[in-house]
Design a protein around this ligand. Structure first.
Ligand code: AGP
Length: 609
């Protein structure tokens, strides 16, 4: 996710852009830039690092410009740097972009053959040159924008300024949010409401395929085909703090609800629609190594370790490769046996976790090939691993990891399919079938979010408890761990995740009328055994809460609470089943009045041992 702001009107544009970008820094902050139409020339200023670096550089400059665009970046293609920062320019225009252009490689090759020189590693720059190319062919700015966007595949929200059009600011959206705003004799655009709320509450939410022309006093919208489009103006009555969380009470809740989009963004460009195959162009590992490597070792901490435990099932059962999963802080001190035939996968949202980084370095020193699965472009882990597969979850602000976890599972699934094809374990038909499940995942997660009212209702009782047990089997055992971690870290209630098969080996002694037991009960090959565990809990007056699917509700023992999610394919079911666990933890913490986004004693990234 990146942040975009644009302005056209009677006021100096620069202060409005900087102030607006400041309110969008939660969307991304590894570099920033502005483009201003100063007289008849576009002036561009960009800087790596937080927005404050750019603002500092501009402090002594004076601009009279009343038309401009600004951008704060969350890198997806091309590491954070001044040259990759937006705006990107081409022949009398400048452009900022939020989204992922899936076919940018082929477009870039074509444009370079036509003589365009690229100054960055970004996918965004392709759009700037495409528009310039159509302008060269005599198209007016708005037509050139529409023609260029008709050639790109993927998600975009763009704002464009032209030296030849000092009275108009252009915008277009497809798949990434963009809001327009009307002031008194002035117009604004932004990725999100907070950026412009200080100036006006009259907002127009662009829809996919919309192209807008903003002048000082008017906003007109057309379709990509050039047909006029009418959009409602909405009066926003949020206060600025609410606005930054898009109206959600906490970043954690906002990020739980962002998961369908985050999964979509993580899939973007990685499934070849025509041939129904995984396209991990960004994997960057030698195919021969992947075909012949002997084992995979996954290292991580906390929630990312839970993702690795789920990944083990995916890679072993889909790719037929042995996987060992280690808590990074244990791996680094147990003199691990890894070497040249080992693929070490380090999983980390932040890419800065000290224990995981140390484990990666140790494995690399012992000759292993290293892959990081990470959410932060340019973080230390991504710079030290031999290769990186990014989750495109966008910045995760809440300390409790949610959308990073589900997108980690998606990347692990893609990796398992890729490995299974590389070593011949999976046929093309297998891959196509497994991909069809993946393509429906964002919708399944969207539907799973409908369990929120049930979770909020059950949270009332859970919030009074001292201890909670989570049970799961097979690929859902790691979810028992994850559900327990979510609850304990934000509500401070003691919670433990256990393999349900271990009940008789100790935990059953805990079961009584005071002990809620959250049971992960998908309709899979272990369902009967899991159902027996739920009955064992009920038989001892325990309080079972089943996270299950509608078809199983009638089979539950009397007195069992049920939260249902849609049925899902075997290996992707954890992505759907974790949603109620996240929401349960959230609503319990809300009732207990803890600091949901910044729980006591915790940091978002543990960069020390
Ligand atoms: C999870 O909700 C916690 N915030 C924590 O366990 C976290 O997953 C762990 O610290 C690992 O962080 P990383 O993914 O950034 O490496």
């Amino acid at each position: 996710m990146c942040g975009i702001v644009g302005y056209i009107g009677p006021q100096p544009a620069l202060p409005i852009l900087i102030e607006g970008l400041t309110r969008l820094e939660y969307r991304g902050y590894d570099s920033a830039g502005v483009a201003l139409l100063e007289g008849d020339a576009i002036e561009i200023r960009r800087a790596e690092g937080k927005l404050a670096v750019l603002a500092g550089q501009l402090r002594d400059e004076r601009f009279a410009a009343t038309l401009g665009i600004g951008h704060t970046r969350w890198a997806t293609h091309g590491r954070p740097s001044e040259q990759n920062a937006h705006p990107h320019a081409s022949h009398g225009l400048a452009l900022v972009h939020n989204g992922i252009i899936e076919n940018f490689v082929e477009l870039r090759e074509r444009l370079e053959q036509e003589g365009f020189r690229f100054a960055s590693e970004t996918d965004t720059e392709v759009i700037a040159h495409l528009i310039a190319r159509h302008r060269r062919q005599g198209l007016a700015p708005s037509q050139a924008i529409r023609a260029a966007l008709a050639e790109v595949r993927g998600a975009y929200a763009v704002a464009v300024v032209f030296e030849a059009e000092p009275e108009t600011l252009y915008a277009a959206r497809n798949g990434s949010p963009l809001v327009l705003a009307k002031g008194e004799g002035e117009s604004f655009l932004a990725s999100d409401i907070p950026a412009v709320l200080a100036h006006t509450r009259e907002m127009i939410f662009m829809e996919d395929g919309d192209v807008a022309a903003l002048s000082a006093g008017e906003i007109t919208i057309t379709s990509l085909a050039g047909e006029p489009v009418a959009r409602e103006t909405t009066h926003i009555d949020w206060n600025p703090v609410m606005a930054e969380k898009a109206g959600f009470k906490h970043f954690m809740l906002k990020e739980i609800y962002e998961q369908p989009r985050a999964i979509n963004d993580t899939l973007a460009g990685r499934i070849h629609q025509g041939e129904q195959r995984v396209a991990l162009a960004d994997l960057g590992l030698d195919v021969e190594f992947l075909r012949t490597m002997r084992r995979v070792v996954m290292v991580a901490c906390g929630t990312s370790w839970h993702a690795a435990l789920v990944g083990k099932y995916m890679v072993e059962q889909l790719a037929g490769v042995g996987v060992e999963v280690d808590i990074a802080s244990e791996f680094r001190y147990r003199k691990p046996i890894v070497g040249p035939r080992t693929l070490l996968v380090a999983i980390s949202q932040s890419g800065e976790t000290a224990d995981t980084l140390a484990a990666l370095r140790q494995a690399k020193a012992q000759g292993a090939t290293t892959l990081s699965i990470c959410n932060v472009v340019g973080s230390t882990m991504t710079r030290e691993a031999d290769a990186t597969l990014y989750t495109h979850a966008g910045p995760e602000i809440g300390v409790a990891s949610t959308k990073a976890f589900t997108t980690q599972l998606v990347v692990l699934y893609l990796l398992a399919l890729h490995l299974g094809r590389a070593n011949g374990r999976l046929s093309g038909d297998d891959e196509a079938t497994l991909l069809r499940d993946l393509i429906t995942l964002p919708t399944m997660v969207e539907e799973a979010l409908a369990c929120a009212p049930a979770c909020e209702r059950l949270a009332k009782g859970l919030a009074e408890r001292r201890d909670v047990l989570y049970l799961g089997r097979g690929i859902h055992f790691p979810l028992a761990l994850e559900g327990a971690l979510k609850l304990k870290e934000i509500s401070y209630i003691h919670a433990e995740g256990y393999p349900a098969g271990e009940m008789k080996h100790g935990p059953i002694a805990l079961i009584d009328e005071e002990m809620p037991v959250v049971c992960l009960l998908p309709d899979d090959d272990l369902m009967e055994k899991m159902l027996s565990n739920v009955e064992e809990v009920r038989a001892r007056d325990g309080v079972p809460i089943a996270i299950t699917q509608p078809a199983l509700v009638d089979t539950l023992p009397e007195g069992t609470e049920a939260i249902t999610v849609p049925p899902c394919s075997r290996y992707l079911c954890p992505v759907v089943m974790v949603v109620p666990l996240q929401l349960l933890a959230y609503y319990v913490a809300l009732r207990r009045g803890t600091d949901v986004d910044q729980p006591r004693n915790l940091a978002k990234s543990v960069t020390v041992e």
